[in-house]
Design a binder for this molecule. Structure first.
Ligand SMILES: C[S@@+](CC[C@H](N)C(=O)[O-])C[C@H]1O[C@@H](n2cnc3c(N)ncnc32)[C@H](O)[C@@H]1O
Length: 286
């Protein structure tokens, strides 16, 4: 089976359409390349299967404008357009975006894709819109959800509302270096209302983990808090299979992608999708 269609999708968005794009680093290209590979493999395998009478649903809580641009000027599809161009189409594509102009740009771009009639862009804070999103997900569906904030913005209660009692595979940008490491002492003092508490969920016990750390090296803090987050997903929402990718710029780690599925097959698909970077280089091939 063809593994991904990255070059083909980049070609589809190469012409300037005059709408805003999202500036992106090469790590963003890798992130989107992985997500594209996973979306492609999963839709090819699952669309039309009787196991999913509610169909295959795509949810993007932090959708952006639909196109990203690298420093070189090269344009690439943002996550909602990756979903919209899936060879075997999603039953529904549901996108949230807080910024009005970006939401409108995403809507306009989706209208020009084969998925125009299946797509909805909701303008607003996904933490408030999540109940509307959930109402749009049919029973018996498999949902692929991308949670791609720039910091600690996706609240635990949002992830819970989306995933509890449903088959939802998640890719979460866990902003450990960008946000947690920089602000953790502030979050410690702020108590239950801190962004970190909101993301990890009440009663996560992260302060105990912090107090018992053998070292406060950034890599150790990130690892321990990612472990805690995965533990919450596992204990409270029934996730069973996890993977992580640490995304870096010039070998400096930036954030962690956490993939979570309630089924081993979801993890197999993710592992296939992340064997290679966008450059074609194999992972761990130094
Ligand atoms: C990292 S970008 C997402 C990029 C997108 N995944 C892509 O591939 O182009 C994060 C987006 O989330 C939006 N955003 C920030 N906070 C939000 C919130 N609470 N709810 C919905 N969107 C939000 C920002 O305006 C921004 O466009």
């Amino acid at each position: 089976m063809e593994r991904d269609r990255w070059a083909e999708l980049c070609k589809l968005v190469e012409k300037d359409d005059g709408l805003p794009t999202r500036p992106a680093g090469h790590w963003t290209q890798d992130k989107l390349y992985f997500w594209n590979g996973y979306v492609h493999i999963t839709t090819m395998a699952m669309v039309g299967k009787p196991t999913w009478p509610g169909g295959i649903i795509y949810v993007d809580l932090f959708g952006g404008p639909g196109i990203c641009t690298l420093k070189s000027g090269r344009r690439m599809p943002g996550s909602p357009l990756i979903a919209a161009y899936a060879r075997k189409p999603f039953t529904k594509i549901i996108v949230c975006e807080k910024d009005e102009e970006l939401a409108e740009s995403c809507r306009t771009r989706l209208t020009a894709t084969p998925a125009r009639d299946q797509s909805s862009v909701l303008h607003g804070d996904c933490n408030e819109l999540v109940h509307e999103v959930v109402e749009m997900i049919p029973d018996g569906a498999l949902t692929l959800a991308f949670i791609d904030p720039t910091g600690l913005h996706a609240k635990w209660e949002t992830i819970r509302a989306l995933s509890a009692g449903r088959q939802v595979d998640l890719l979460v940008l866990f902003a450990d270096r960008q946000d947690i490491v920089r602000n953790i002492e502030l979050y410690y003092k702020q108590g239950e209302d801190s962004n970190l508490d909101q993301v990890l969920g009440s009663g996560s016990g992260w302060r105990d983990v912090w107090n018992q750390m053998s070292t406060w090296q950034p890599a150790h803090i990130c690892e321990k808090l990612a472990e805690l987050y995965k533990g919450q997903l596992s204990r409270r929402l029934g996730y069973e299979a996890f993977a992580e990718e640490i995304m870096s710029s010039a070998r400096t780690p930036l954030y962690r992608l956490i993939f979570a599925s309630k089924h081993r097959l979801g993890l197999d698909f993710w592992q296939k999708a992340t064997k290679k970077y966008a450059s074609g280089q194999m992972q761990f091939d130094f």
